[in-house]
Design a binder for this molecule. Sequence first.
Ligand SMILES: NC(=O)C1=CN([C@@H]2O[C@H](COP(=O)(O)OP(=O)(O)OC[C@H]3O[C@@H](n4cnc5c(N)ncnc54)[C@H](OP(=O)(O)O)[C@@H]3O)[C@@H](O)[C@H]2O)C=CC1
Ligand SMILES: O=C([O-])CC(=O)C(=O)O
Length: 273
Amino acid sequence: MMADSKAKTRVAVAGLGAIGTDVAKALDQGIEGLTLVAVSANSPDKHRGWVAELKSAPKLVPIEQLAEVADIVVECAPSKLVRSIVAPVVERGKTAVVLSVGALLQNEDLVDLARAHGGQIIVPNGALIGLDAVTAAAVGTIHSAKLVTRKPVAGLVGAPHLAENNIQIEGITEPLRIFEGSARDAAKGFPANLNVAVALSLAGIGPDRTRVEIWADPTVTRNTHRIEVDSDSARFSMMIENIPSENPKTGRITALSVIACLRKLRASLRIGT
Ligand SMILES: NC(=O)C1=CN([C@@H]2O[C@H](COP(=O)(O)OP(=O)(O)OC[C@H]3O[C@@H](n4cnc5c(N)ncnc54)[C@H](OP(=O)(O)O)[C@@H]3O)[C@@H](O)[C@H]2O)C=CC1
Ligand SMILES: O=C([O-])CC(=O)C(=O)O
């Protein structure tokens, strides 16, 4: 019998909502080289039942303990918690997979912290398409990058930009453009809705030069993102129409993107940049 020569990398999941639950279950089902050791939620009691039924139940612990017990921490919690989840991970030279990407703009020093301690922050494609092509184009020169997002009203209600500008979207019968500006401003005005804008900007030409349009669209049932990039190597546009998960702000493909990203970490064949 061959000995298992490679020790498994310990993974923890911070947040057990639309994304974290699927990621935790996929890790429990088995991802090559990885083992789920801990999870965190705001109301642990709500999750004890299904967590205990996993094949190999992880510990349910407060987020402060995750960096200690895991080598990789997957952040899929509210954006205000990004700093407290990610800083202790990268400070220990470990890896944080970040979903609340918008919050990285208010916490840019986390990247410096990772650099100083040999840690890493990974931002998966998440709900977006084409970050592989954008990072490739960014090796050359990108002239312009734009994101046009259309969401059903339920995917946008509660965004601070709407209240601050007195924009009513409930009951609209036609598409309404509710924002046009930089990815930085989109992230401020729509912290739970526009992680994709920030991900695009970090892959390409940064949050101030990346342009964003947001539409509240009662004619769509899916969160729709179109990116348009013009560079010295290629011009491309791509669109993705995401089926919402049980959280209408979050597309189903987001959790799958994290699972695919985790699979790539130890895969013998790795496709895509
Ligand atoms: N990068 C991308 O493409 C995308 C990013 N996102 C972002 O990912 C993040 C997660 O999204 P989603 O899964 O839909 O969110 P949900 O609202 O469905 O889940 C959030 C989870 O965080 C948990 N939580 C809240 N407070 C704490 C706390 N103090 N300690 C530990 N856990 C806590 C909640 O716990 P409980 O269950 O107990 O309430 C819940 O399980 C969001 O910031 C979202 O904006 C979303 C979609 C795409
Ligand atoms: O489309 C989605 O699923 C979520 C989204 O826009 C984001 O978080 O940026």
